[in-house]
Design a protein around this ligand. Sequence first.
Ligand SMILES: Cc1cc2nc3c(=O)[nH]c(=O)nc-3n(C[C@H](O)[C@H](O)[C@H](O)COP(=O)(O)O)c2cc1C
Length: 276
Amino acid sequence: MVKVDPDKCIGCGACEKDCLLSEIHVVEGKAVPTNKTCFDCGHCVAICPVGAVTPLTGEEEVVPMTAEDCRLDTENLMNAFRFRRTIRTFRDEKIDRKILEKVLEVGRISPTGMNSQEIRFVVFDKDLKELTERGLKALSALADDYLSDPASPKAMVAYSHMWKNMYRQYFEEGTDRLFYDPPAVVVVLANTKYNKLTPPIDGAIACANMEMVARSMGLGTCYIGFLLRAVLKDPSLKEFIGLKEHEELITAFSIGYPGVKYYRTVPRKKDKTEWR
Ligand SMILES: Cc1cc2nc3c(=O)[nH]c(=O)nc-3n(C[C@H](O)[C@H](O)[C@H](O)COP(=O)(O)O)c2cc1C
């Protein structure tokens, strides 16, 4: 919700035009918000050229900014996307809390459907032992289910052998092939009470953004989709991770300083875009 300072408002109508919900109108030369169904997207605050619109409900200060402040070099950015790789070998090096906070901030400010901002993160950056062990045990149990069912899809049978191997490697050899022994794991959660459709997308966008900012600071990441499967098999993991009522685990990623170097891009499938 917002308020308008009539002394400052010049009645330009920029806020009215930009409001998705048509919740603000220029009446007799001054913008008037109705604040009925406003979902606090903040566009009217951001677009006002004279700073007449201010948030009533925001939790943080808005900062003046211009396109100049965030200019991106397209070719460099394209190369960063082409060259980004999943990192599965991490150096034994802690990540400074301030660096991790920077990564998480990008996740927090990423766009969400209906501006719900109902995603949050749980960071494991001290002790990963129990999470790893419980995750691997759940995957091993899931593998037993698939391997004992003759109707299991081929891909799941292949995954099951992999999970069994991961379990053995961890408990017999001390090699972590679930999270890859990183200094930290970020788990992405979403409250899905009122919105079940967009949280997986919200979480994915936040992760993609966090990943690239992490890269800009020399960090590497690996999505751990297997954790989601582990949680589905063993729901008690939810409590261990700290899920609250109505929250779902969207995904997780390992993060740390890469202990591996890549020299070139990888091949991808050809473009399948249809132009109509
Ligand atoms: C949603 C998602 C889940 C993933 N889960 C895992 C995982 O559990 N373990 C793993 O080692 N890699 C995982 N990956 C990494 C993919 O295998 C990897 O992105 C893919 O092979 C392409 O390699 P690249 O990221 O280096 O381009 C996941 C990736 C995505 C996008």
